[in-house]
Write a protein that binds this ligand. Structure first.
Ligand code: NAD
Length: 328
């Protein structure tokens, strides 16, 4: 028995990563699509054998409630649309998976969690890295503390985006480096310390104001944690970077890359190598989330975890705008 998944939004991530990964999953399968682009429908139907009755557009999407083939609705739209579609999906009575960043605001994240609770459906956020044993390795170090307390985390996630006129450059659609790649740098700091930051200082900048005038191209942010640990984080649409370093009282851990689709690896000061083989990160994520739903277990990355990041992201924007430290 497999859960039927419907993908909402057939852009890059659905097309290049999620749909191919759904061909590898054991606990779930691609059964439906929701799209505003009619020209994509025959291509997807032919490639993945999707039946006519499982094809929806944004207008008739809510009638998915009557479709027994669909158990999970996976929202893969620009971030400004995550709340609306997650809430509509929850109201159909189907479980919801939603891509990161969960939504642009804390208020929207809270409304998404409430809609899923009210409808007694599960909500998972697409933080694929938390399903990756290479990332779980440093989460475990945070728990077991073989090197003592965390003193400093340095975390970076970015890539050079040469595109123009994309939603990532559009404020109203939820663009900006911070929500997009910044959450990977933030996750690095939160997961490596196992703590929530209580204060943040941030600086937004751009080297290409003709493209990045509504949103930041680069965000640098520094976090303070209750234990005294500090983090220095960077994210950008103009710089290729993907690394994490954690300095503890009695040792260190380094990963590069630390938030890629595959090949995340690193080492620790006691010569431990972090290099777990993983067949397909997105397939593992969806299989684990499907398994948790089928077995009424808790999800590895529920809506509450998406919200924790957005609380910090809101404080980061406030700090960058006001040019002062912001308490969380
Ligand atoms: P994309 O632009 O390639 O696709 C977005 C889709 O939304 C397109 O099919 C587009 O037609 C549709 N859409 C509907 N209304 C739209 C509107 N008003 N403006 C723009 N597009 C509209 O984007 P993507 O890279 O596939 O990202 C989609 C989501 O997936 C984002 O939340 C992104 O952060 C997330 N994502 C996650 C990962 C990951 O590793 N977890 C990787 C890439 C993207």
């Amino acid at each position: 028995e497999k859960l039927g998944v419907a993908l909402v939004g057939l852009g890059y991530y659905s097309t290049d990563l999620l749909a191919p990964a759904l061909q590898l999953t054991k606990n779930c399968e691609l059964k439906g699509i929701v799209t505003g682009s009619p020209e994509k429908i025959p291509i997807w139907q032919e490639k993945y054998g999707i039946e006519d009755k499982n094809v929806y557009n944004y207008g008739n999407f809510d009638s998915i409630s009557n479709n027994p083939d669909i158990d999970v609705i996976y929202v893969v739209l620009p971030p400004s649309m995550h709340a609306e579609y997650t809430i509509r999906a929850a109201n159909t009575g189907k479980h919801v998976w939603c891509e990161k960043p969960m939504a642009p605001s804390v208020a929207e994240c809270e409304a998404m969690i409430k809609a899923c609770d009210d409808n007694k459906v599960k909500l998972a956020i697409g933080y694929r890295c938390q399903h990756d044993p290479n990332i779980q390795a440093y989460m475990n170090v945070a728990k077991e503390r073989p090197f003592g307390k965390v003193k400093m985390v340095t975390s970076a996630a970015g890539y050079f985006d040469g595109r123009t006129n994309h939603w990532k450059q559009n404020k109203a659609l939820g663009g900006g480096a911070m929500g997009d790649m910044g959450v990977y740098a933030l996750q690095g700091a939160r997961l490596a310390t196992g703590e929530e930051p209580n204060s943040v200082m941030a600086q937004a900048s751009t080297t290409r104001p003709e493209i990045y005038h509504e949103v930041e191209e680069t965000m640098m942010f520094q976090l303070e944690f209750p234990s005294g640990a500090r983090a220095s984080c960077q994210t950008s649409f103009g710089i290729n970077m993907n690394h994490l370093q954690v300095n503890y009282e009695k040792g260190w851990l380094k990963m590069e890359p630390h938030s890629s689709y595959n090949g995340n690896n690193g080492s620790m000061s006691d010569s431990t190598i972090i290099n777990f083989p993983i067949e397909n990160q997105q397939a593992k994520q969806m299989d684990e989330d499907a398994w948790a739903i089928m077995n009424q277990e808790s999800l590895l990355v529920p809506g509450e975890e998406g919200l924790r990041d957005i609380r910090v992201v809101e404080a980061i924007y406030k700090s960058a705008n006001q040019n002062c430290a912001v308490k969380i």
